[in-house]
Write a protein of this length. Sequence first.
Length: 427
Amino acid sequence: MPKIQASEHPYVVYSTPDGGVGERRALRAIDYDGKPLERGELIPLPDGATLSMMPQRLAAGLDLQGERHALARSWGWALAALLPIGYTRVKLPGYTQTPDSEPLPFFGYAAVAGWRGRLYVAAVRTDDPERWLSRNFDLTQLETLVQQRLAAEPENRMLAHHAHCALDYHCPTASNLFFSRWEAACAVSGGCNARCVGCISKQEEEGLVSPQDRLTFTPSEQEIADAAVAHLDVADDAIFSFGQGCEGEPLLQFRLIERAIRAIRQRTQRGTININTNASNPHALSRLYAAGLDSLRASTISARRETYDAYYRPIGYTFEHVKQSLVLARDAGVYSSINLLCFPGLIDCEDEIAALVAFLRETGVRLVQLRNLNIDPEVLWPRVPKPSGRPLGMLALIDALRREAPDVIIGNFSRPVGRRKEGIEAC
Ligand code: SF4
């Protein structure tokens, strides 16, 4: 058998002390479980992806004998990629933790490798990333639009809040509120009835820092309706979405949202009114369906109760309520999707995949939005039960969904489904 040259395999790349990218062609690149990254799992690093150093994680790989080696600290740290919306991560990065390592910031780390002098990432394209790419969010133009809007509507606190999200976090949906296009954000709730392990707006545990500040006030019906109508009336493919990363659970404000939806629809019939939610309250959602909500996106990490409970740590509701909310949406003609929090090694196991397919059939969900879960693996794994089934891989998960639920769209973001006609009660 011919001697295998190391460079015939995807090889280790790492973050150098001066912030550059180094390569170690003698070492095969590996994933989080120490398995070699295969060519078929890798794509060239796409436009919009960013590279991320993994502090206190040494780059690691396999030599030709299959022995694992970690690069010394002096070489630098392990490297990962953060993907734009439109791409789904298929493998977590491999590394060797240093004894004094601290939790990593809440990002969606994807495995990277070198191949014939180019950078590759373990990912698959699952939707059109164009509208989410930073080149479509000119910051100078955005600053001007924000200033003009806030000057024109100085009383609207909701706009001021999302101006902060747009300019400081570069949040695409908050920015769209000022660009007057596509999907725009509307946060309404400072509280939540879940305590997600990976919550990006509130972390209670020592040493874990949420990347965003949570909303601290409740906007008025007028503030919401004014911003919504201004958006829905002019934006291309207009979506006005309640439920953002910078707030808690919007359903805790369902009466406010119900009044706002009715007020919005008295002023415009254009566009889509959507809610991103943990779908914990079927009664509250039924009121929003009756008021004219057009679509909803329910967040979940699993269709198995034990995994769901371990991650969401729900307060006063169960996964059965989430299912019931989606079934009621189907019956009311509300376009439903799930925001499936994707973590390779967890949701791509046999038992998780089987449960997910059954869940999609039972609830009539129309779209699965694959979301790379933003969390340090060392934070998540100790807090969720290890799945009992064999890990089949993210590519196998996506294939299974396409095969077993062919009517369900697989993508990464909400669709402008337009104004619902059926099942709306007059106020
Ligand atoms: S449902 Fe949302 S806001 Fe609530 S804990 Fe989970 S991620 Fe955070």
